[in-house]
Every structure is written in structure tokens, then in C-alpha cells.
Design a protein around this ligand. Structure first.
Ligand SMILES: Cc1ncc(COP(=O)(O)O)c(C=O)c1O
Length: 459
């Protein structure tokens, strides 16, 4: 038996440091990924993940689909496939997009290893070190490491309850133009944004695609949650409004079927798609043929829409439970969003609280969330947190919110003791509605201002 040499420890870093590429010095870990390890501990109630509840997928269905794949396509499912993806998977993707009112030609589709790979391939194709990427504030925490790897200079544009502020976007683009800097793309999650939970209004969608056309800028529309709407009317995708000229679309099976199959897709203007295809060849040759066959067989059964409907009903209940639990257990100074779909609520606490510190305390009580800083590249977001309601039971949601509420109350008390200040007066607004002074980073209007804003249209 050979003796194993001891594994190099972190303190041996300097032995390898001279070999690292300079980009590794700015690589950032995703707040979310670090927390994934915790979600594996059974004693932790994790409101941190972004997990679909895969326990709802019927095991018999899974077994019969796998048998079908084995009987009908065993050799092909075990084989490499084309980089752009199998035709059978692209047909399913066209069907899923049609369910959101978006028509695509399967030839314009690139099948990817999750939606995450689309973000990577878009950056790989477009971003040189120092290039500007415009994103929302807050943005998807999982995109942060990707932007960092490619050394993008990320400029974040404020959001409110109608999604990205297009007036602020235009001001930002004007400023960048004056500085001679043309952003490589504008990154947005228009539906039930991760992490903020808000949805971009129709006038803003229309204005965004106009802005992209007028300025000839690319938009990356990241849409994992569009089909997980629990109330309100569906809105058209940016891709359908734009007609595929300046919008790159990102889709995924992760939240409507399974995150474990690691299948997503991109639809993009052909020259961009070709470059992304080359980038993908270098990354992984092709996505899993096995799971592409799985997806094709599953959609062939025609039961995907009822399953999706069952997910919507389940998550709607969990969202409502979380909203009730926050109203019960969070202090009156806290504010939070009320998502019409998706998986997340964004809560903002008084600005003297730091949710990164709060998380350390929360973990001693076996509850986790994503601290807001993970959704910013410039250190903002300290008083906010992202809460997930899809991957936990209603009891866990109630208990998790109760424990976080206790930790917040302790911190508020401690603040009062340390500073000698009285606990700040509760905000006049009812819990869950909004006081912009307290809404650290997500600028939501006071209740009275809402109507005025609506008539203002696209801002
Ligand atoms: C906004 C957004 N984009 C992309 C992804 C990546 O998803 P996946 O790689 O599982 O398809 C996620 C996952 O949570 C997400 O929320």
C-alpha cells in the first residue's frame, strides 16, 4: 500500500501562489455557495439556498423516464453530443419558451450546463478585464464570482418595486459615455428578481429594449423564474419585445424541473451565439446527453405543466407563510418585498444592523440566510438579507423567521445599550410596507407615493 502524502493546507498557499494567474487575486466566492455547505447540516433551517423542492417530483415518474431513456436511447444518452445541444432538447426548450409567449427558432438555442454557464459564456465572450457590465442593485449573488473572474467593472443600477430604474440606467449610460466607456452588457433578472423578488414593469421592459436598440447595447435577460408566477398577469420577455436583436436570453430547467440535471440554455443573436459556442467547446465540450434525453422523455410524457402548476401552488403557500411569519417576528423597523412569484424575499433592517454579523449569530441558532452584501460588488447591502421560501417546509419557515427575529431583537437591544440611544422609534408605515430611509438599497416608495409613480410610467 502506498502512503498518501499529506494534503497541502491553506498555509502552504505561498508555495503555489507564484503559479496563480493574476485573475485569481480578484476571484470572489459566492456568498450562496459558501452557505451551501451549511444547508447539508440537517439541524440547520436554511433560508439561504435557492433550491427548488425536488422532493415533490414523483419517484415513479423519474424511474419510468429513466427506463424509457435506457430502452430507447441507451447508447446515445451515454455518448458525447454536439456542443450546441441535441435537437430533442432544443425542441423542448422552444416549447418551454412558447409557454412564456416567446417564439424561438431551435437553431438559435445553445444548450448549456445550467443557466450559470450562460453567465460565464457571456462574460467569456464579451468581457475583457476592466470592461463595464451594468447590473441591478442588488444582483444575483451567483453572478458576482463570474463577474469577478472576468475582472468586469460592475456598475449597479438601483431598483424599486418595478424593477431596474430605467431613468437611472440612462443617466448611468450617459455618464459612462462621457467617460468613453461602453458597457459590454446590461444584466437583468426581470421576473421575481433574485435576490430582491421584484418584477420589472411592462413600461420599463419596453423602454429597456428601446434603450438597448438606440445605444446598440446587449442585454442579458436572466429568466429562471418567469414560469413560477403565483399572482398577477404574466409579462412579455425582453427577448420577445426585442425580437432577438440585442437581447441574450438565459433559461434553465433548474427551477421548473430539476437543478440536479444541470441543464440551461441561451438564445442569442447568431454572431454572439457562435462565439459562446466556441467558449463552451473549451469549457466542457457539451452538456450531458443523458439529462438532455431525460428532459426530452419527460416533456414527451406531457405532464410538465401539471407538475409546474403543483410547484406554483406549493411555493405560493410557502411565500404567504413567510410573509406572515416576517410580519409576526421581524421588528416594525424592518421592510421586505412581496414577490409575485419566484423563490425569494428581500428584507431590509435598520441600517445600524449588519446582516453578515447577524448571520454568525443566527447560525448559533441553526438558521441561515444570505447576507445582503453578497448581492453587491461595492460593499453595500449590509443591512439587507435574502430569504428563500421554496426549499423549506411551512413549519421551518415559521421557526426560521422566529429565530432570525429573536437574533435581530437582541442586536437592536445591544445597539441601544452600547450607544446609550433609545431603540429607534418604529416606522410609521405598517410592517412589510416601506420606509425609504430604512430601505438601504432597494428603493421602494412610501405607500402614498405608489399611485403617483404608477401614472409616471417607465422611469
Ligand atoms: C438569477 C439566476 N440566474 C442563474 C441561476 C443559475 O441556475 P442554474 O445554473 O441552476 O440553471 C440562478 C440559480 O439560482 C439564478 O437565480
Amino acid at each position: 500500500m502506498t502512503r498518501r502524502t499529506p494534503r497541502p493546507a491553506a498555509r502552504d498557499l505561498e508555495r503555489y501562489a507564484g503559479l496563480f494567474a493574476s485573475r485569481t487575486s480578484v476571484m470572489k466566492s459566492s456568498a450562496m455557495r459558501d452557505l451551501m455547505a451549511l444547508t447539508e447540516r440537517p439541524d440547520v433551517i436554511s433560508l439561504a439556498g435557492g433550491m427548488p423542492d425536488t422532493s415533490t417530483f414523483p419517484a415513479e415518474s423519474f424511474a419510468s423516464i429513466m427506463v424509457k431513456v435506457a430502452v430507447d436511447n441507451c447508447a446515445a444518452a451515454l455518448q458525447y453530443g454536439p456542443t450546441e445541444g441535441l435537437g430533442i432538447a432544443k425542441d423542448v426548450i422552444a416549447q418551454v419558451m412558447e409557454a412564456e409567449g416567446t417564439l424561438v427558432d431551435p437553431d438559435d438555442v445553445l444548450v448549456t450546463t445550467g443557466g450559470q454557464q450562460v453567465i460565464d459564456l457571456v462574460c467569456r465572450t464579451l468581457v475583457d478585464p476592466g470592461d463595464v457590465v451594468v447590473a441591478e442593485a442588488p444582483t444575483y449573488p451567483g453572478a458576482v464570482p463570474c463577474f469577478s473572474v472576468y475582472q468586469a467593472d460592475v456598475v449597479q443600477v438601483a431598483m424599486d418595486e418595478d424593477g431596474m430604474r430605467i431613468d437611472e440606467l440612462e443617466e448611468t449610460l450617459d455618464r459612462l459615455e462621457r467617460e468613453g466607456r461602453r458597457p459590454k452588457f446590461i444584466y437583468t433578472i426581470p421576473n421575481f428578481q433574485n435576490p430582491a423578488g421584484v418584477t420589472m414593469s411592462l413600461p420599463r421592459r419596453q423602454r429597456l429594449v428601446e434603450v438597448a436598440k438606440e445605444r446598440e447595447l446587449l442585454v442579458l435577460e436572466d429568466n429562471p423564474y418567469g414560469l413560477l408566477r403565483y399572482e398577477g398577469e404574466p409579462l412579455p420577455t425582453l427577448y420577445s419585445l426585442d425580437g432577438g436583436e440585442f437581447v441574450i436570453y438565459l433559461g434553465t430547467f433548474s427551477k421548473i424541473l430539476s437543478a440536479g440535471i444541470r441543464l440551461g440554455w441561451a438564445v442569442a443573436p447568431n454572431p454572439v451565439l457562435q462565439k459562446m459556442n466556441l467558449g463552451k467547446q473549451a469549457a466542457d465540450l457539451c452538456s450531458s446527453s443523458l439529462t438532455q434525453h431525460f428532459v426530452s422523455a419527460y416533456f414527451g410524457e406531457g405532464r410538465w405543466e401539471p407538475y409546474l402548476q403543483s410547484l406554483r401552488e406549493l411555493y405560493r403557500r410557502r411565500r404567504d407563510t413567510m410573509l406572515d411569519a416576517l410580519a409576526e417576528h421581524f421588528p416594525p423597523e424592518a421592510t421586505w418585498t412581496r414577490p409575485q412569484g419566484g423563490l425569494f424575499i428581500w428584507a431590509t433592517l435598520p441600517d445600524y444592523l449588519d446582516t453578515t454579523d447577524l448571520l454568525a449569530r443566527a447560525l448559533t441558532r441553526n438558521v441561515a440566510f444570505v447576507p445582503g452584501r453578497g448581492a453587491f460588488l461595492d460593499g453595500r447591502g449590509a443591512a439587507s438579507m435574502r430569504l428563500n421560501f421554496s426549499g423549506v417546509t411551512e413549519d421551518e419557515i415559521r421557526e426560521g423567521a422566529r429565530r432570525i427575529g429573536e437574533v435581530i431583537a437582541e442586536q437592536v437591544e445591544l445597539f441601544g445599550t452600547l450607544t446609550g440611544h433609545r431603540k429607534p422609534e418604529p416606522a410609521a408605515a405598517e410592517p412589510g410596507t416601506v420606509d425609504p430611509e430604512l430601505a438601504d438599497v432597494l428603493h421602494l416608495p412610501r405607500p402614498g407615493e405608489r399611485e403617483a409613480r404608477r401614472s409616471d410610467g417607465a422611469r
